[in-house]
Ligand binder design. Sequence first.
Ligand code: ADP
Ligand code: ZN
Ligand code: ZN
Length: 693
Amino acid sequence: MPHRLAVVVPTPAHSSISGPLSYLSELPLAPGTLVRVPLGKREVLGVVWDESSNYTVELAGVEARPIAGALDGLAPLGPGWRQLVAFSSAYYQRGLGEVALAGLPPQLRDMDATQLARRLKRPAATAVDQAKATALPLTLEQGEALAAMEAGTGPFLLFGATGSGKTEVYLQAVQRMLAQEPDAQALVMVPEINLTPQLQERFVARFGAGNVVAMNSGMTPPQRLKSWLAAHGGNARIVLGTRMAVFASIPRLRLIVVDEEHDPSYKQQEGARYSARDLAVMRGKLEGAKVLLGSATPSLESWQACEKGRYQRLVMASRVGRDGGEAGSVPGTAGAFPSVRLVDMNLQQKKTVFSPQLLDAIQQRIARGEQSLIFLNRRGYAPVLACNACEWKSECPNCSAYRVFHKIDRTLRCHHCGYTERVPRACPACGNVDIAPVGRGTERLEEHLAELLADVKQANGEPVRIARMDADSTRLKGALEQQLARMHAGDVDVLVGTQMVTKGHDFRRITLVAALNPDTALFSHDFRAPERLFGLLMQAAGRAGRDAAQAGASEMWVQTSHPKHPLFTNLRRHDYPAFAAQQLKEREQAGMPPFGFQALLRAEARTQEAAQAFLKAASAAASELEGAEHVTLYSAVPMSVQRVANVERAQMLVESASRNALQRFLSAWQPILQATKEKGLIRWAVDVDPLVI
Ligand code: ADP
Ligand code: ZN
Ligand code: ZN
């Protein structure tokens, strides 16, 4: 008598099968066992699911088929992992199989039992190099943070100023946990792949290469499988990765660290649109692991959780090596942080890019052999190319957006669909040869600055060295490392870049940071824009004056037409708590997150009408649902970039004062969405807790 198994398989998005399917097996198999099963005409990887699951479906009139085989060389995926997958699937409104399989390394999906057995025979790690670096003696604040972590249960929010030594806290929290339990494991997450190498280096130096594995999308499939196996088998004590690592199988997980927890990169933007930070907190709860979130500018969600006592706040207010690090003071007030200079652009001549004051300050740095960092959030030479004789602009034929002019390779490139063409010699519409760039990106800024500083020399008489760092300049493998090395070696005087340069890097010789034109975020329709801007400017300021000898002279310059804006007042004082309090008050009055809860229904279609018609039909059907009175459905609207790659996009906001009510509504809505048909509709998706509206 064969055994009946519930197996989750990769079902297509939005099919009515969202739970496990029934299969037959000669032997009983434990939940979490990986199996190969037939699905339609294919054979796929599946995961044996818990018996008690009440959603096993029998396809009408279809006999349950036998499994093709079990990958029994591997220990089953643990109950904590299965609960995390089940939670994510329900919360983010995606199929169980889709979420489960996306959490496994791609290579595993194509392996049968024999291939896996062969792979597992390979010796695991040959790395024998031992940990060399020893723990630093802790500052007072670091010691207090670690002691509080040991005494409490968390989740913890480490509110530590830039340069306060958060990384050392992470390292020693991991170290203590590993020492306490002989086989415990830790998960350390970072927002961006760019930031992994330096953190990985520090963890490897402290714990030895054999104990640390990386997990990120920049790795090859064999590398990812290797890391995954080491974590799943318990050999790797520390898993260090980007958001995808939250789904790694880590059977003896005891600690989860989320560095720069405010970073939007933790939110997955396709498939199951999960927040890896939020899932980390949930995973900690499910698996009994402590959770440590860290940031100098926490997300308002996490900050509010501290205010409400749901998270425990740990404060590190001062930079390492500056003052005593008095506990309880507000980060930044110690005086070791760069002073903020606001330049009122209303008082400047029209079209000024660099105010004379800022230019002068940069020149002083050059004369002293110090570095400056200028950032502008727009890459390329100019965002638009336009004809001076007619109406022509460098519109993308496939998107409702302009193609960006890149002077370096003389192309017009669409940053949405990638469509690229050589720059035309003359206006394609009227033949006029006088076509000109409008606006400014980092490439043009670099060129402009080179002109302005053409006669300026370094102290040794050599010309000024200007460099640029953005997604274009770092595209080639190894380019980023090379540019960072030049910066660290002091071979650059002024670095121009996008926000990429503001994140995480521990530059030692920068004493001036300047934001050229951050004003658009002050009046954005996106209610999170001020939060992002404040975080960005604080992080950017954090790059300056890291070397104690130069701290006194370090400055953060902001050129703005709204110098009286409260955001800048708080920035001047380096007062994140005051900024957060002011923003939270506004959000509370407006019922915005974290006081209200949101989801977006997005639709893509051949025409804007079809996309909106789908949303309207879904909205009309929703009013019948039980509990619909607890949610507000807004009108369907085009997305801010309405057309991308010839696909029209629209969205509809759903809001509720209660997270549970919103969740109940979305679950009840799901079958209606699946049943709603609209001619020309290409795809739709639900985004729960969307970051960009
Ligand atoms: P954060 O991540 O909080 O911005 P970092 O972790 O980059 O700060 O630390 C800033 C600098 O201080 C680093 O160069 C780090 O090596 C150093 N540092 C951290 N903790 C200590 C300590 N206890 N003693 C001496 N130096 C430290
Ligand atoms: Zn023209
Ligand atoms: Zn395009």
